[in-house]
Write a new protein. Structure first.
Length: 428
């Protein structure tokens, strides 16, 4: 694929024809629009359905129908161990040891469970550091945890204010905040990719700065998992949580995931909310009264795994394993770079991007604003949706477009530009 971009459909189609990952698009169901595929740029909100999901779900339904409770033991993928069948692929995807990851619950639930263990406030060290404008899940969880421990968000919630143009954060701002407040910060909780701006963060650098101040560190990777190459183990983060319905294509409300660094695998002093499925597997069915946690992330499980939610995740992770995150990242750099170039060179009088220009500071997402204000932005967004170009809107004035390498094409980027042009010409 060439990086000498051209704003023509012929050039885009030539890039798509040369794309070594082009066959993966056929493994997904593309929503139709007026008899043809829509141009779907919303994988950062809800990933597309892999075609193989239906067969995987039907297999579990068939086993349920034929064997009922015996499906826990007497099927090809016994339900008793089902969460283990996604473990290796999930660990490889996030750069972790298999024992450090678990698929369970939903993101918000996992975040609370992790904060039970890793937010341990004292009178001297009680604050949580987040970014200003954090996703509501994170902010609500953080405020409620602070209150639960008897502190006030007015004193114990520190919000990092953006210090760069377009509302992004520099590493210098994070470093300054930790230098100023580090002695009273119990937990640093930041995103892997900020949902509104699309900014990606250097996880290892954040961990290094925070740990030097004695803070625990966790990450919300909802917009990073399946989007960016991650090295969670090497980052040294204490924990991370994510959902699986965005770039991981596991379906609406899909089972989420969590990472707990191996140094906490057998840490007895860490409190946790215990549940039967987190109990030692070898003695679980003895139904004893004393909780003996599984080592590693499995020990944070509470309930048995949701089989019909794990099946789509298993299918999608196998696709990622075959495609390879390094190859997906290489395509994403070209694809997102092309869309950014088109916005800058073809639509500079209509749009501006607020996502960092440096490829290392973003994933497969451009957050764009329409020049002229929010109402024009809403009008363009609706026009795009009505014409089969699917993105999403985030208040107050951002349209998010995610050219996802598993199924998006260079041709989709050209179609987006043409739709914006048509809209602008109608207003002229």
């Amino acid at each position: 694929m060439s990086t000498a971009y051209e704003a023509t459909l012929a050039w885009a189609r030539a890039q798509d024809a040369a794309d070594p990952l082009r066959a993966f698009r056929d493994e997904f169901l593309i929503p139709p629009h007026e008899g043809r595929d829509s141009h779907y740029f919303c994988g950062n909100s809800l990933g597309l359905q892999p075609r193989a999901v239906r067969e995987a779900l039907n297999a579990e339904l068939d086993d349920w129908g034929a064997l009922a409770v015996e499906g826990h033991f007497k099927v090809r993928l016994p339900w008793l161990d089902y969460h283990e069948f996604v473990r290796d692929d999930l660990a490889a995807l996030v750069g972790a040891l298999p024992s450090e990851v678990v698929a369970m619950n939903t993101l918000g639930v996992n975040l609370h469970l992790m904060m039970v263990s890793f937010y341990r406030p004292t009178l001297e060290r009680h604050a949580i550091l987040i970014e200003a404008g954090a996703f509501p899940t994170d902010r609500y969880a953080v405020e409620s945890q602070i209150r639960f421990h008897g502190f006030s968000p007015a004193l114990s919630l520190i919000e990092l204010q953006p210090d760069e143009a377009d509302g992004t954060l520099s590493m210098a701002a994070i470093e300054r905040a930790l230098a100023e407040h580090g002695e009273r910060i119990a937990l640093v909780l930041l995103p892997g990719v900020q949902y509104r701006t699309g900014q990606a963060f250097d996880l290892q650098a954040i961990v290094r700065l925070a740990h030097a101040q004695g803070c625990a560190v966790g990450f919300d990777l909802a917009h990073a998992v399946g989007n960016l190459p991650l090295q969670l183990h090497d980052s040294g983060a204490d924990f991370a949580v994510w959902c699986s319905y965005k770039y991981l294509n596991a379906g609406p409300g899909a089972v989420a995931g969590a990472f707990v660094h191996e140094r906490h695998a057998n840490t007895e002093h860490l409190p946790r909310f215990a549940g039967w499925w987190g109990h030692d597997k070898q003695s679980r069915f003895r139904m004893g009264p004393e909780f003996v946690p599984m080592p590693g992330a499995d020990g944070w499980q509470i309930s048995n795994p949701p089989i019909l939610s794990l099946a789509p995740l298993r299918v999608s992770l196998q696709i990622f394993q075959r495609a390879g995150m390094a190859q997906l990242r290489e395509k994403a750099l070209h694809l997102t770079g092309y869309l950014e170039w088109l916005v800058q060179t073809q639509l500079e009088d209509v749009l501006e991007s607020v996502t960092p220009r440096e490829p290392s500071r973003r994933g497969s997402q451009l957050s764009i604003r329409v020049l002229g204000g929010r109402e024009r932005g809403r009008a363009l967004f609706q026009y795009l949706m009505d014409h089969g170009v699917v993105g999403d809107w985030r208040e107050p004035d951002v349209i998010r477009m995610a050219p996802t390498p598993l199924y998006n094409r260079f041709e989709d980027c050209v179609a987006l530009v043409e739709a914006v042009r048509d809209w602008a010409h109608r207003l002229a």
